[in-house]
Design a protein. Structure first.
Ligand SMILES: [Zn+2]
Length: 313
């Protein structure tokens, strides 16, 4: 219903898209696949500033979504997962630009003083620089592999320690490895977060599911101009709903809020293809075995994009 309503309304109004950036490590060249050198970070922040983006706390975007209000144009929020110590390499740059940020804490790593992670004291010290502390699980599990009881235990243990060390409950949660399914999402929702974030490239607008917010992965020499050109594609994923039991993906079926007749479809390990849209429906036969345990299905219509992640459990 919400979908249909948005489709009708969007014919008359232009929705603005916000973007949430996701970083992991800073100025730490031991891990090039998750690292952003300070020189690049400075370029990216300069780009945001020169192009009149407003970097807002994540809470500002979540509050708009939860109030069903449209999001002002050119809003960007910055999320940093895991709480690696290398964030301290970049802190001066965040301070220089006065950009707020949210750190999603991998609680076990901090609690047990893993060498590469910030301590609770270091994390708490970031609050004075507009840093908010959020939740990224206790043990950083592959959540879809856990049964409900063990998944709930991870939340309970992690949140108890978080509250004891930080002094309050987090507002937000990000899925470890970006992996989730409907069960994981339902259990995460039980813990009262005001928003939950994934790790699929995309934008956020008033049609976005507040428990499945896309984040743009920034790493190495990522081009912010390209990432920020992503817009939200309003869709309803019908099929697949989850990772097929026999790993055989028979088809992709999606309702799409557009009059377009062509789109592009990407499937991990299978690649891109051009597809047809008929009367707002994509019904594409695939008939191929999925070889990746974490498969992303991406739809693109120009800059508009939507991603469905399915994870083998
Ligand atoms: Zn993580």
């Amino acid at each position: 219903m919400k979908f249909l309503l948005l489709f009708c309304v969007s014919a008359f109004y232009l929705f603005a898209d916000a973007h949430i950036l996701i970083y992991h490590r800073f100025n730490d060249d031991r891990y090039p696949s998750t690292n952003t050198p300070n020189s690049e970070l400075k370029k990216q922040f300069t780009y945001l500033k020169d192009n009149n983006y407003t970097v807002v706390p994540l809470k500002a975007i979540a509050d708009k979504l939860n109030a069903n209000e449209s999001i002002p144009d050119k809003w960007v929020a910055i999320a940093i997962d895991d709480g690696y110590k290398s964030f301290l390499n970049a802190l001066e740059i965040f301070k220089e630009f006065e950009y707020p940020f949210s750190i999603f804490v991998y609680v076990q790593a901090t609690e047990q003083n893993y060498p590469d992670f910030m301590t609770w004291k270091e994390l708490k010290s970031l609050e004075e620089f507009n840093g908010s502390l959020e939740f990224h699980s206790y043990a950083h599990p592959h959540s879809t592999k856990l049964d409900k009881e063990n998944l709930r235990k991870d939340f309970e243990k992690g949140l108890e320690i978080f509250k004891k060390r930080v002094g309050y409950m987090p507002n937000f949660y990000s899925y470890p490895y970006g992996e989730f399914n409907e069960n994981v999402k339902d259990i995460a929702k039980e813990f009262g977060f005001s928003a939950i974030l994934n790790q699929n490239n995309g934008a956020v607008d008033s049609s976005s599911d507040v428990y499945d917010l896309d984040r743009l992965a920034v790493v190495g020499k990522s081009n912010l101009k390209t990432l920020l050109s992503f817009e939200t594609l309003q869709v309803e994923w019908q099929e697949p709903k989850s990772f097929p039991k026999d790993s055989n993906l028979t088809k992709v079926n999606v309702k799409i809020a557009s009059n377009a007749t062509k789109a592009k479809l990407y499937i991990t390990d299978i690649g891109w293809r051009d597809i047809d849209i008929k009367d707002g429906i994509i019904d594409e036969n695939i008939g191929q075995k999925l070889t990746s345990k974490r498969t992303r299905i991406i739809l693109k219509l120009g800059n508009k994009t939507s991603t469905k992640i399915i994870v083998k459990d």
